[in-house]
Design a binder for this molecule. Sequence first.
Ligand code: NDP
Length: 460
Amino acid sequence: MTTSQQVKQDEMQVVKDYVNEVYETVKKRNPNESEFHQAVKEIFDSLVPVFAKHPKYMDNGILERISEPERIITFRVPWVDDQGKVRVNRGFRVQFNSSIGPYKGGIRFHPSVNASIIKFLGFEQIFKNSLTGQPIGGGKGGSDFDPKGKSDGEIMRFTQSFMTELCKYIGPDIDVPAGDIGVGAREIGFMFGQYKRIRGGYEAGVLTGKGLEYGGSLTRTEATGYGTVYFVEEMLKDKGLSFEGSTVVISGSGNVAIYAIEKATQLGAKVVACSDSNGYIYDKDGINLETVKKLKEVERKRIQEYVKEHPQAEYYEGCSGIWSIPCDIALPCATQNEIDDVSAQILVTNGVKAVGEGANMPSTLEAIDVFLNNHILFGPAKAANAGGVAVSALEMAQNSMRLSWTFEEVDAKLHEIMTNIYRNSVKAAEEYGHPGNLVVGANIAGFIKVADAMMAQGII
Ligand code: NDP
């Protein structure tokens, strides 16, 4: 090794030690928050080459500041069920980073919600929102409320109680929530109504994912699923591949999964499986999307019911088995950590060519290593699923201008944004010495804009 190579290696070690030290502090300060630690670790590791090239970010404590939320709000959400019993849930809003715009990120209603889940999602959102190229900061919120099996009245009473507290902290130029797991058009409608009732005035831009009748944007419902497919299409194109004629497995059967199925099918793929938290269906003829939409969007039933209408399909209990179905393209669109290293290895052995994350952090760190070590095309969540928040920002723009774009106009903008995210991630990965690694590329491309904005605004 030459002297200059030795010096370079020593410098790199100093940066790695620094990054590790900050990571250990994050772990100590946020004990028992494994999902948050996982998200921080993935990003921190990617940023080593950035700090080596630009020590100014270390000198200005960017890592220490960016991993500490600007504000965390936790609150009681009391409500009364249909039997007249008083129930109490916990609400959260994490306002993580506002250096490039108002906080922006969804609300999740799911029994697994806790501080760790909301912080991991809020942290990821900072970089995702930056990647879209739009002026939006990072935030996330939710509650451990379980919407499953609740009546419309119970959903409304809970949601109104949630917003009664949340409305003190949000606004079109402050913090703009949207939907996520368990929060769709119905819940956004109830939240918007309660916000308006308490605050007065008509602040359309306070929430996104609204109904079309009261300020929503065309294509918002489809945006995350379509966007994920557009992103994967770009990855495939670079290798001379496409969705046409390929076999696809998509987990979940909620908002993201349904519209990923729709777009992949439109592009000529056969989607053979999807799931919910109880189990998965395999239909060798290709999933009938109309049946899935009816079951999930209208009747709110379990995916198991699908086989009653399509007897050639098979239903299996449990979630991870879906990854043992041979496919060319896998799109995890359900929830965090749904693909571990064992499932990843099965996908690789069965010949998967590309994986695109529609859900947030669906692959464990070990699973990502399996994909990257086997040179599988891998689209990480914060890049691949950014289409939802991108169209949310377009909804905010339309609300500010008091006009509505057509479906085709918004879809074209979404397509362009996803292509740009892909190109910028590829470019950053190459520039920082990890060609083809979109995990590193997306993290770096998202980070630099936020870091520069933080530097410009002083130590705050
Ligand atoms: P939905 O609530 O519409 O659907 C979620 C789907 O995932 C359902 O089929 C649900 O099954 C399944 N699911 C939820 N939890 C689990 C679990 N623990 N194990 C297995 N399956 C589970 O949510 P979305 O489609 O909106 O969100 C899906 C993912 O995409 C999430 O990670 C979300 O953060 C992410 N995302 C969503 C965006 C959006 O615009 N909606 C934007 C960007 C990311 P069941 O009905 O049985 O609970």
